[in-house]
Ligand binder design. Structure first.
Ligand SMILES: Nc1nc2c(ncn2[C@@H]2O[C@H](COP(=O)(O)OP(=O)(O)OP(=O)(O)O)[C@@H](O)[C@H]2O)c(=O)[nH]1
Length: 306
């Protein structure tokens, strides 16, 4: 382990905390809110998160490394299996778990799947009832979720909040997480916000915008990557990216009539990148085909899912 501790004298506390839950409950939104910056993609579509993206929060002598996991679900293909595997390995390696549930609805089979994973886990679990702003019966829903952990013998705490609209409640929860960290040297340098490269980060933003625009099953058949990023002397960031589809027939569906859809995806992604980078961005996007990439272990590796 690399020792990034700020001082040799004061003891630092540092640890890994996984954010888990079924798809679409608001895990990435909560992570971004914990960090006050955007490291994870969010979208109204389930299963937007594919990698165990890490976000890092350092406060004084304490550092949390967040592991944002893909939503746990019943896997249908190699990509799905990879995503569930990410959740299992995340749980084995972390010091505590934040379990996010959606208070707008009662628990489903997928929530039970998650609860089974953590009921016996000998690590602190912080249950977060999310979306209180949009829930009709938040207390009743929370009771049903609580029941899924009945019999659990290890530390469990609860919070109800809106990851999207409740920064004060998110900050209070973050403070509780900081208090739960074990004594450890820092795992990352103090200023770091994520362990993603800027290329991975930009590729995820492009994928987020593509997922918002594409219809039916197509969003899930799309991967993105950034192949080149150069900075001009006047500060303009020139980024070249690819949207990868798994069939020739999908290419036209992504590009759209006269290239309209691809242009819209590119424009939306460019705007997000410009906001986060505070720089002018030129974004070049191309659509390419890698046949059945979701079933192809080598292609998955090539696209960074390993
Ligand atoms: N009303 C409301 N919506 C929220 C809140 N938090 C998140 N959302 C929305 O819920 C949707 C899913 O949020 P994400 O953060 O992408 O969810 P996720 O759990 O990371 O999703 P996966 O990547 O599929 O696992 C998005 O449309 C968010 O804007 C909240 O506090 N209130």
């Amino acid at each position: 382990m690399t020792d990034f501790s700020s001082t040799g004298e004061q003891q630092t506390h540092s640890g890994f905390i996984a954010i888990i839950g079924k798809p679409n409950v608001g895990k990435s939104t909560l992570l971004n809110s914990f960090l006050g910056t955007k490291v994870a993609p969010t979208s109204p579509r389930p299963q937007t998160t594919r990698r165990g993206v890490r976000g890092i929060h350092t406060s004084g002598e304490r550092q949390i490394v967040f592991v944002d996991t893909p939503g746990m679900h019943k896997a249908k293909d190699a990509l799905g299996k990879y995503m569930n595997h990410e959740v299992h390995s995340a749980l084995a390696d972390v010091d505590a778990v934040v379990w996010v549930v959606d208070l707008r609805h009662p628990p489903t089979d997928e929530d039970q799947l998650v609860a089974r994973q953590i009921r016996e886990l000998p690590k602190p679990v912080f249950m977060v009832g999310n979306k209180t702003d949009a829930a009709k019966y938040p207390d009743e829903a929370m009771k049903l979720y609580r029941a899924l952990l009945e019999g659990r013998e290890h530390d469990t705490s609860e919070t109800m909040l809106s990851a999207q609209n409740n920064p004060a409640a998110v900050a209070t929860l973050r403070e509780q997480l900081l208090d739960a960290l074990p004594e450890n040297p820092f795992f990352f340098p103090q200023g770091a916000a994520s362990d993603q490269t800027r290329e991975q980060w930009a590729a995820e933003i492009i994928r987020e915008e593509a997922m918002k625009k594409l219809r039916d099953e197509l969003p899930y058949a799309v991967a993105t990557r950034v192949n080149s990023w150069t900075e001009r002397q006047d500060g303009l960031q020139r980024i070249e990216g690819e949207i990868v589809v798994e069939k020739n027939a999908h290419k036209g569906m992504v590009i759209g009539a006269g290239g309209k859809q691809l242009r819209e995806i590119g424009q939306a992604a460019r705007k997000q990148l410009e906001v986060f980078l505070s720089r002018k961005v030129y974004l070049g996007l191309e659509v390419i085909v890698i046949n059945n990439w979701r079933e192809d272990e080598e292609a998955l590796r090539e696209l960074g899912y390993e």
